[in-house]
Ligand binder design. Structure first.
Ligand code: CA
Length: 466
């Protein structure tokens, strides 16, 4: 049964239409899997919905509203720890994170959504599951497009003119256009062939220059040189580094606790589960063998970065990404050793190797303990693989903008697919740039018409043609 419940709490006027706050109780929705409960006090209406445990579990709620932009708030409980959720509004899906609660209800903003005249549909899917939903509330919202101007000095006090010029260029379009970007050649060529546009940013990864890989397999012949050639052709360059652990690679097939096969071969050595390398012990003992191996590896990558510097090419440098996920060894021991490693790398590259062509891009999560500090980061990048490529990442944008507006530039440093930049701009979500990860931008994941629509949009800035 689809019940409709509308609460009038506040109102706003958009384009002459009176919008009002709409609260939709989960227990009145169509339940596919979950059940209604009322044991935990503090709920609204007649209860809440619990038991998101199986794939496909969801609650679907139909309701009417005045058309316009609203901010969606979810009343939830997540006593078992933080939980990723999936919200769908009129067919557009977004994912977000419920902060852990005690055995009580809390409210999470899911960002801005568009409601239509007449009947609307909202659904909450299993996501990580094991959360309870009391209601979803839609509060009339305005799009706030304003961005404070950014300080143009980079965190490297001796930053090269080329790096400052690149940052200035990004700052100039920040808020009005989003620069396009793509990792690796095959996908970049596919974009050029399909859309007649060339991404503004070319991305590549230093993984195969990691010394513990070079011990087993020759280093790439011309990966760095190829990226420099892209820069000379007018693209900007971003480099990441899947850093194979310096030593202590397991280098064999393993079984995990559930008895599942884990490939812990040497070439998976950037993953936590493929190495016993202990960052915490290494970073805390500068006299240790493993500390010296960390430096050896940073020095090996410095050789590559120096080639960019010698060619006067600035680099959007994105090392040590997704640390808070814990799946890479540099994030396996918690935030403190990670922050020490980030700072060690910063000082080593800028002071010892005198690399001043770097713009430091930190992959930001939802826990501030991982942040290396304002003095060590130029750009905050979000890595996102939403189930719906039209996800605006609006709740993430709102959260980061609140904290970093006027301080740090925000970007999408990795995306699974091509983000729908025109749609994001419609909602006032205005990342400086995006870079798509390889192997994600072809059908069926992304249609050629979507790819073209996005790459040919006025909200997207590509490499200048010539
Ligand atoms: Ca309720």
């Amino acid at each position: 049964m689809h019940a409709i419940l509308i609460a009038l709490a506040m109102s706003a006027t958009t384009g002459g239409v009176q919008q009002t706050t709409v609260r939709v109780e989960a227990e009145n929705g169509q339940l596919i899997g979950p059940i209604v409960a009322s044991t935990r006090p503090g709920f609204s209406g007649k209860g809440y919905v619990t038991g998101f445990t199986k794939e496909g579990d969801k609650v679907v709620m139909k309701f009417t509203a005045e058309p316009g932009i609203y901010e969606a708030f979810i009343r939830y409980s997540a006593p078992g720890g933080k939980k990723g959720y999936e919200l769908g509004v009129n067919g557009h899906r977004t994912s977000g994170m419920f902060a852990p609660t005690a055995d009580v209800f809390a409210t999470a903003s899911a960002g801005k959504v568009e409601l239509a005249a007449g009947t609307n549909s909202v659904e909450i899917d299993k996501g990580w599951g094991y959360y309870d939903i009391d209601y979803v509330e839609f509060v009339p919202a305005k799009i706030d497009r304003s961005l404070k101007s950014l300080p143009l000095n980079l965190v490297d006090p001796n930053a090269a003119a080329s790096a400052k010029a690149l940052f200035g260029k990004l700052a100039k379009t920040y808020g009005s256009q989003t620069l396009s970007g793509q990792y690796n050649d095959d996908d970049s060529n596919y974009i050029a062939g399909s859309t007649h546009r060339i991404p503004a940013i070319y991305g590549a990864d230093f993984m195969d220059y990691s010394p513990s890989r070079v011990e087993r397999n020759p280093a790439p012949k011309d990966l760095t040189e190829n990226a420099i050639a892209k820069a000379k052709s007018g693209q900007l360059v971003t480099m990441s580094w899947h850093w194979n652990a310096p030593t202590d690679l397991i280098d064999k097939m393993l079984k995990d606790k559930q008895g599942k096969d884990v490939d812990a071969s040497w070439y998976k050595g950037f993953y936590t589960n493929a190495t016993t390398f202990d960052l915490s012990a290494a970073i805390d003992d500068p006299s240790s063998k493993n500390y010296k191996l960390l430096l050896r590896d940073i020095d090996a990558i410095a050789i590559q970065l120096k080639k960019f510097s010698d060619a006067n090419v600035p680099v959007l440098w994105r090392p040590l990404h997704e640390a808070d996920g814990g799946w890479f060894w540099w994030g396996a021991k918690g935030p403190q050793p990670f922050v020490k490693l980030w700072r060690l790398m910063f000082h080593r590259l800028t002071e010892v190797h005198k690399l001043h062509n770097l713009i430091w891009v930190f992959t930001v999560g939802d826990n501030p303990a991982w942040y290396p500090g304002d003095a060590y980061v130029d750009v905050l990048g979000v890595d996102a693989y939403p189930s719906d490529h039209s996800d605006t990442l609006g709740s993430t944008w709102d959260r980061l903008k609140k904290e970093f507006d006027g301080k740090k530039m925000l970007a999408i440093s990795e995306f699974g697919g091509v983000p729908d930049i025109p749609r994001m701009h419609q909602f006032g979500v205005e990342w400086a740039y995006f870079v798509s990860w390889p192997g994600q931008i072809k059908p069926p994941g992304t249609s050629i018409s979507d790819l073209s629509r996005i790459y040919q949009s006025k909200t997207v800035k590509n490499r200048e043609q010539g």
